[in-house]
Design a protein around this ligand. Sequence first.
Ligand code: ISE
Length: 340
Amino acid sequence: MSQLGVGVIGAGMMGEVHAHLIAERIGSARVVAVSDPDGDRRRRVAESVGAAEVSDPLDVISDPEVQAVIIASPDQSHAEYAIASVHANKPCLCEKPLATTADDARAVVEAESAGGRRLVQVGFMREFDEGHASLVTLRDSGALGEVVAVRSTHINPAPWAPGVSAERVITQSMIHDIHSARFLVGSEVIAVSAVSVPFGDGAEGVDEGAVRFVTARLEMAGGAVALLDVNVASSYGYRVVAEIVGSEATARSAEGSAVEMWTSGAMVSAVSANWPDHFSAAYLTEVSAWVQAACGGGVTGPSAWDGYMANLVASALVEAEASGGRVELPTLSVPALYRG
Ligand code: ISE
């Protein structure tokens, strides 16, 4: 069987990760084109996977050799390229967030719905992480009872970005936890509130208004609550821990290295340096599942609707954090394409 031709838009950190997974770990696909406005970066990644260099991202999508597209360009361009992929009838894996505004995400949903076929998979890769997937399996088995609460701890190494505003933390980082809350609880968000902790005046090397921590409370339909924390300035590395508190039992994703060491009054276990190594297995599972679905002309996993819901909740959280209030979300009916 011939290999799926994949075009990669964006040769930054995630574009490179995906391009190498396809070139080195997935036999049923190959990278045929890579684009990036930075010529050196584009050349380096294209050469390393034996693909052609393309300067205009829209030419990647229209290239007849490209049968499926990976969108890993800057966030503000995601929606445009996702819509172009839909119009070209090509499955795409679009990095999160689907868009930078809920309106732009809605436009992707509308384009896809008009075509009547799911072609957009959003890169919420935690659905493909063994720990998160096992929590869903446990929940569905009934062993946890009713879901009472979900907790998500998300820690990025400092300096994630010295000028990071609460809005950026919410829309670029906490957006993962928002999606996790929806799929771990299994219901929609109905209201939100949020608080942030700034670095404080005069902190060295950080911009005015930068925050180091955001905590959010999501009220979910059905009565459960989701408590999400993002720390963008840890001094020790990267962690993500998810927990479901159930009426009968509580379960949490495990962390740490394969071994633990006891030494001089301490127990030591490894901490990942950053997300590409922490979630390396999840990225491989995600990309493999996407390639398999794309070979059949479709996609799997988080949908454009999920991307849109996450953007809506993120906007509500940005408003709640700025006002210090509680912001309610509208109840939307799920379009037919995304039901079931
Ligand atoms: C960051 O914004 C990302 O893009 C990664 O997907 C995520 O895992 C990380 O924690 C975020 O801060």
